[in-house]
Design a binder for this molecule. Structure first.
Ligand code: TRP
Ligand code: ZN
Length: 871
């Protein structure tokens, strides 16, 4: 067993202490080499006022080789400091001093993709959260803000482009085939925002004039083969820059803004100051290779990283427990941006779907944690849906509670108060209070209390008095280490909808107690409540609503999001009833009524993207989440039956839709044309689940004729999920056509991994050795193993448990290379206790096997341990 696994140290929020030493300036000198890079660091350090005069200085450092340490120009003897695998400690120091360190690191061996690493002939860095310590010794914590200057030397042929944060301040030749470049970042920053890139890269350029008239150069760096795939990212960047000026009053603050695309990356992208580094999948797009969904992701991730320049960089986090301060806020900002760029209600539908698919299960299982966690072993494991997505919901609720004008005043105040500082969640909420005068004391509980609250609605209408009463009770189920829950403060947006006439105006009700009753007077007719409009709080809503009322809301609710919500809920209840979990008395009749209402919607709805969402049926996971004990086979059968029933009832309109939406004009990625394609492809997918004998041929023809990836992928992905005879040809032709485009091949891997078929498990095993796959590329691991474990309930949870053994083997293999990724992947088992006891025995055995493996990383140890807690 490694020291790490034996003795994993837990870090607690309550132990936070201000640093004993501040670093005012950092200068870094890199002699770059793929095998062995030399780093010389020069730090200007000062003891902080509250520190003891004999306080030692503890620097973090991992996987690096120390060569020498100087204090104020004098080399220290090896007895004058202590080094272990994680720290370098200097016992006694003057009040001000210059610390110089020389050390080496090995980018080519760095398969963890944290620190300085090699990716497809280039060198790049990833320092969030604790990667800087894998480059050099440093007090690697986000409350140490310093000015950085960087000098890099490298082979000129191999690495003609040398980039870092801030502005370029010099470059030249050193003779001997090498050259150098120097960069200076005028803005003090924490070490996690440091970045450098070296490579033979093409540069795509544009520029942007800021609100105060300054010119900013925009540079996107990619491999030469990808030079034609940067237009959309560049366009999204300019729109994001303008939007942040207009909506938040935030202006960019350097002369250049750079984005670099890399093939090997653990997450989506990283907001390093002035030098964002992106997973290539979220930069590169062309009509032929990227789907509309890819374009949407690029738009929102480019915006997300750009928005971090203020929410994260100018105002950063005091410690990693405050992660939601930058991530929750920035996700909220990117959601608002996407809503403004496209359809507001459709964006909300997609955001809620993601919240329910990833965050609600997390909150309901062994990995549940508050938006601001209280402890961790490895912070990497807390880049979660709870911190990001639920964190965004908390910001959204505060905006709803205080109103948009006060919210804008609050964000201005927050940025103004804390510019250049490392702040806390408390600072953020305090700004909301100061700008609005609203007391958010009870609201703060959302940050510390885990679990998804359940809100129960009961209502009554007194026709004689014209009085409608609504009673809302709230409760939050227990979560690990949090048995008792308090009531939360939340906004309930609601309106009364009627059989005839327009819906009433919207009310913002505030819930604060376990149970409360609201009275509406002068209500002329029996209303149906449109509740939690646009999901005004991240809760599970429970109510008994008769079929007729649901159909009324589907047709007449003027909150478009809630029309979708009502429809989706009804269809889910049909599936659950078919799966043996009775929710409806007459599921077949309900399905017919649903089909009629949907048919009308398809005919009348002008927002195609919305209609496309309405046409999509629930996923296996959507259904699983609602079941007491998850029954994969019953879910697959019930879904197939529902989809068939719907497709056959809607056969005519679906075929007509396909024909009506067939577009022969050249591809454009805008929201309106994407909406049309989404609707066409949703209709095709549904047709393929029905009896229509021509649907397979239609799909194959759509793929063969497609001039864009959205239509090609729409057809092949739907065929891959089906049993149609055209399936095999579509998959093999697709691979032959796209084998040279790794990002496209990843889609092909996923479709096969997600097929609810008996042979899928074997296919996934075979694909591990296929040219299309590579274990060292996180995108490929997620596309194949991740998709199989997370999105294929029936095949992954096959009754004999063989897929669990396979999965544990892969996780363990991956842990040796990339602990962050292995730990994320194992999270796919977060709902293991929700299955029957035979499956539980089998998953538990695999989790135990993982936990008992020698040399486990801290990342995987922490996850396996939490998954097993109490078992
Ligand atoms: N801060 C990044 C974001 O915008 C997250 C991130 C990128 C990250 N790479 C990472 C987090 C590696 C941990 C490890 O959301
Ligand atoms: Zn982020």
């Amino acid at each position: 067993m490694t020291a790490a696994a034996q003795d994993p140290k837990t870090v607690y929020l309550k132990d936070y202490r201000t640093p004993d030493y501040a670093v005012d300036a950092v200068s870094l000198d890199f002699d770059l080499d793929t095998e062995r890079t030399r780093v010389r660091t020069r730090l200007q350090i000062r003891r902080t006022p509250n520190a003891a005069t004999d306080a030692p200085l503890v620097l973090n450092g991992e996987e690096i080789e120390l060569a020498r340490v100087n204090v104020d120009g004098k080399r220290l003897q090896e007895t004058a400091y202590v080094v272990d695998g994680k720290t370098l400690t200097l016992p006694s120091l003057p009040e001000h001093f210059v610390l110089e360190i020389e050390n080496y690191c090995a980018p080519a061996k760095n398969t963890a993709l944290s620190g300085l690493y090699a990716s497809s002939d280039m060198l790049c860095t990833q320092c969030e959260a604790e990667g800087f310590r894998r480059i050099t010794y440093f007090p690697d914590r986000p409350d140490i803000l310093a000015k950085y200057s960087v000098r890099m030397t490298a082979n000129k042929n191999k690495f003609p482009v040398l980039l870092s944060n801030g502005n370029p301040v010099g470059a030249g030749e050193t003779g001997d085939g090498r050259h150098w470049a120097a960069w200076e970042d005028p803005h003090p920053k924490p070490s996690y925002l440091f970045a450098l890139v070296a490579g033979d890269l093409a540069r795509v350029e544009d520029n942007f004039t800021t609100m105060s008239g300054r010119n900013v150069a925009l540079h996107i760096y990619v491999q030469y083969k990808d030079i034609k795939k940067c237009d959309y990212a560049l366009d999204a960047l300019k729109r994001a820059m303008r939007w942040d000026e207009e909506v938040y009053g935030r202006e960019y603050d350097l002369d250049v803004f750079q984005i670099v695309a890399v093939d090997h990356f653990n997450m989506g992208a990283m907001e390093n100051k002035g030098l964002n580094i992106f997973n290539a999948a979220y930069v590169l797009a062309s009509p032929e290779t990227a789907t509309d969904t890819d374009y949407e992701y690029i738009e929102s991730i480019v915006a997300h990283e750009y928005f971090h320049n203020w929410s994260g960089n100018r105002v950063t986090c005091r410690d990693w427990f405050q992660l939601c301060l930058k991530e929750g806020f920035t996700v909220f900002r990117d959601q608002q941006f996407s809503a403004d760029m496209r359809s507001g209600p459709v964006q909300r539908i997609k955001d809620v779907k993601a919240l329910r698919a990833r965050q609600f299960p997390e909150d309901a299982g062994p990995l549940a944690h508050p938006v601001r966690p209280e402890s961790f072993i490895t912070i990497d494991n807390f880049y979660t849906a709870t911190v990001y997505e639920k964190g965004a919901e908390l910001v959204r609720m505060m905006c709803t509670l205080i109103g948009p004008e006060a919210f804008r005043a609050a964000t201005d105040l927050y940025f103004d108060r804390h510019d250049g500082e490392a702040a806390t969640v408390e600072d953020f909420v305090a700004a909301m209070e100061a700008a609005s005068g609203k007391d958010l004391t009870q609201f703060r509980l959302w940050y510390v209390q885990a679990g998804t609250p359940v809100a129960r609605l009961e209502d009554d209408y007194d026709a004689k008095k014209g009085v409608y009463t609504l009673t809302v009770t709230q409760s939050t189920p227990p979560t690990p280490k949090q048995a008792d829950k308090k009531p939360l403060h939340m906004p309930l947006r609601a309106a009364l909808v009627f059989e005839t006439g327009a819906p009433g105006r919207e009310h913002m009700l505030e819930l604060t107690s376990p149970s409360e009753t609201f009275t509406f007077e002068n209500v002329p007719a029996r209303p149906v409540l449109s509740a939690f409009r646009s999901l005004s709080a991240p809760v599970v809503v429970k109510r008994d609503l008769p079929l007729a009322d649901r159909l009324l809301l589907m047709r007449r609710d003027d909150d478009l999001y809630n029309r979708w919500e009502t429809a989706h809920r009804l269809l889910l209840d049909v599936v659950l009833t078919f799966a043996g979990d009775a929710r409806l008395d007459k599921a077949e009749q309900a399905l017919s009524a649903y089909a009629d209402a949907l048919g009308d919607l398809l005919e009348n709805e002008t927002d195609d993207a919305f209609a496309a969402e309405a046409l999509k049926t629930p996923s296996q996971n959507d259904v699983a989440q609602e079941m007491e004990i998850i029954d994969p086979a019953a879910i697959a059968a019930a879904l197939a039956k529902t989809e068939r029933g719907l497709a056959d009832r809607l056969a005519e309109p679906l075929t007509a839709l396909g024909a009506r939406l067939c577009d022969t004009s050249p591809y454009r990625p805008d929201a309106a044309s994407a909406g049309r394609r989404a609707m066409k492809n949703a209709a095709l997918k549904l047709r393929l689940s029905g009896a229509d004998p021509d649907a397979g041929a239609t799909a194959l023809a759509q793929f063969r004729d497609a001039d864009n990836m959205t239509d090609a992928a729409g057809a092949v992905s739907a065929l891959a999920l089906s049993d149609r005879p055209e399936r095999a040809a579509a998959l093999s032709e697709f691979y032959d056509a796209w084998r040279g485009e790794p990002l496209v091949v990843n889609k092909w891997l996923s479709w096969q991994a997600m097929a609810p078929r008996a042979d899928t498990f074997q296919t996934v095993q075979d694909l591990l050795t296929h040219d299309a796959f590579a274990m060292n590329n996180p995108n490929k691991v997620r596309a194949l193993i991740g998709a199989f474990a997370m999105h294929n309930l029936s095949a992954f949870h096959c009754a004999d448990g063989a897929a669990y053994v396979f999965f544990a083997d892969q996780v363990l293999k991956l842990d040796k290379m990339n602990p962050q990724l292995a730990a994320r992947l194992v999270g796919a088992l977060e709902n293991w206790r929700r299955f029957d006891s035979q499956r539980q025995v089998k998953t538990k055995a695999e989790l135990k096997r993982i936990l008992q493996t020698d040399g486990l990383s801290e990342n995987l140890f922490e996850m396996a341990n939490r998954l097993l807690e109490g078992a």
